[in-house]
Design a protein around this ligand. Structure first.
Ligand code: PEP
Ligand code: MG
Length: 324
C-alpha cells in the first residue's frame, strides 16, 4: 500500500475542489532529508537544529553548523527550509550544557536560553545566513515565544548578523523570520506576534501540553493528552484568523499535521501549510486529494459544536472512513 502512496510523489497536494495546501516536512538528521525527498516534500517547515547539537559532544563551531545547514538548504532549494533556532531545555538536553530544574517544561528552554546566551544565538544565525548564500531559501523560526519583547530582541540580533555578514562580503538576502506558537500566552497575542514577523507556525506538541497542562512525555497522563480537545481546536482556529488578519502565512509543524484527521481539520480552519514527519506525508497527501475543502469545512463546522475529544476523534475517523 505504501508503494501505491509513493506513486503520489509528483502529484500536487490539491483537494478535489482545487484548494492547494503546501506539504512540508520536519527534519533533523540527514536521513530525514533523504526520505523527505523520496516522498516529494515541497520544503521543510521545521528543521530541528537541536538534533546536530544533540549528537555532538560540544557546541558545533560556526563552520560546522554552516556545513550542516548548507546540506539542508541545498537539498530542498528552491523550496524553503525553515530553521528553528536552538530549542534546548524541556525534553531536549545537551550533555555538554546540562540544565537541572524541577520543572524543565516551564523553565529555561528555547528562546529563553538563547537570548540569555546571545553568543550561541549569534553564531547560529551567522552560520544559517552564510549557508544561505546563493540559495535564498532560508526561513528562521523562533521557538517558545511567550512575550513580544523576545521577538523584538531576536529580530534585532538577526538584523545585526545580517548586516555583519553582508559587510563580510556574503551576497545574502534577509531571510523570512517567523515565530512558533506553542505557549497559551502566544495564542492570545497571535495578532501582535504575526504583525511583527513574516510567518507563524504552530507547534501543536507543546501547545497541547501547555493548554491542557499535560506533560507530553508522561505515560501516566498520556490519556489526557488530547490533540482533538475542543480547547486545542479553538486555539488553532483563532491563530489562523489572527495570522491571516495580519496578512501572514500560518502553518503547523506539530504531530497533528501528520494525522489524516488532523490534517483535514487544519485545512478546513485555513492553515496554509502542514509540516510533518516524512513518513506521514504520502498518506496525508492521499487524503487531501480525496476530499474537497467544502466537505472539510462542513466537517469542522460539525465537530466544532462537540465538546468531547473522544467523540470528536471518532466523528472524524468515521467521516474519513466514509470518504474512503
Ligand atoms: C511542537 O512543539 O509542536 C514542535 C513542533 O516542536 P518540538 O516537538 O520539537 O518541541
Ligand atoms: Mg515545541
Amino acid at each position: 500500500q505504501i508503494k501505491g502512496l509513493e506513486a503520489l510523489k509528483n502529484e500536487p497536494s490539491l483537494t478535489k475542489d482545487g484548494h492547494q495546501v503546501s506539504l512540508w516536512v520536519n527534519t533533523g538528521l540527514m536521513t530525514d532529508v533523504v526520505m523527505s525527498l523520496s516522498h516529494g516534500a515541497q520544503g521543510v517547515g521545521l528543521y530541528r537544529t537541536e538534533v546536530p547539537f544533540m549528537i555532538n559532544e560540544r557546541f558545533p563551531s560556526e563552520h560546522e553548523q554552516k556545513a550542516c545547514y548548507r546540506e539542508q538548504l541545498e537539498a530542498f532549494a528552491p523550496g524553503y527550509v525553515t530553521m528553528r533556532t536552538l530549542d534546548i531545555g524541556g525534553d531536549k538536553a545537551l550533555t555538554y550544557f546540562p540544565i537541572h530544574e524541577e520543572n524543565p517544561f516551564l523553565g529555561w528552554r528555547g528562546i529563553r536560553v538563547t537570548l540569555d546566551h546571545p553568543e550561541i544565538f549569534l553564531v547560529q544565525v551567522r552560520a544559517m545566513l552564510k549557508a544561505s548564500e546563493g540559495l535564498d531559501n532560508l526561513r528562521i523560526m523562533l521557538p517558545m515565544i511567550s512575550n513580544i519583547s523576545e521577538v523584538e530582541e531576536a529580530l534585532h540580533l538577526i538584523y545585526r548578523v545580517y548586516h555583519e555578514v553582508r559587510e563580510e562580503g556574503f551576497d545574502i538576502k534577509m531571510p523570512k523570520v517567523g515565530v512558533m506558537i506553542e505557549v497559551p500566552a502566544a495564542v492570545y497575542q497571535a495578532r501582535e506576534l504575526a504583525e511583527r514577523v513574516d510567518f507563524v507556525s504552530v507547534g501543536t506538541n507543546d501547545l497541547t501540553q501547555y493548554l491542557l497542562a499535560v506533560d507530553r512525555n508522561n505515560p501516566r497522563v498520556a490519556g489526557l493528552y488530547h490533540s482533538f480537545h475542543p480547547a486545542v481546536l479553538k486555539a488553532l482556529s483563532h491563530i489562523v484568523q489572527e495570522s491571516h488578519d495580519a496578512g501572514k502565512q500560518v502553518s503547523i509543524c506539530g504531530e497533528l499535521a501528520g494525522d489524516p484527521a488532523g490534517a483535514v481539520l487544519l485545512i478546513a480552519m485555513g492553515f496554509d501549510a502542514l509540516s510533518m514527519n516524512a513518513s506521514n506525508l504520502p498518506k496525508v497527501k492521499s487524503v487531501i486529494r480525496n476530499i474537497s475543502l467544502a466537505w472539510a469545512r462542513d466537517l469542522w463546522e460539525e465537530v466544532s459544536r462537540l465538546d468531547s475529544p473522544q467523540v470528536i476523534k471518532s466523528t472524524l475517523d468515521l467521516a474519513l472512513k466514509d470518504a474512503g
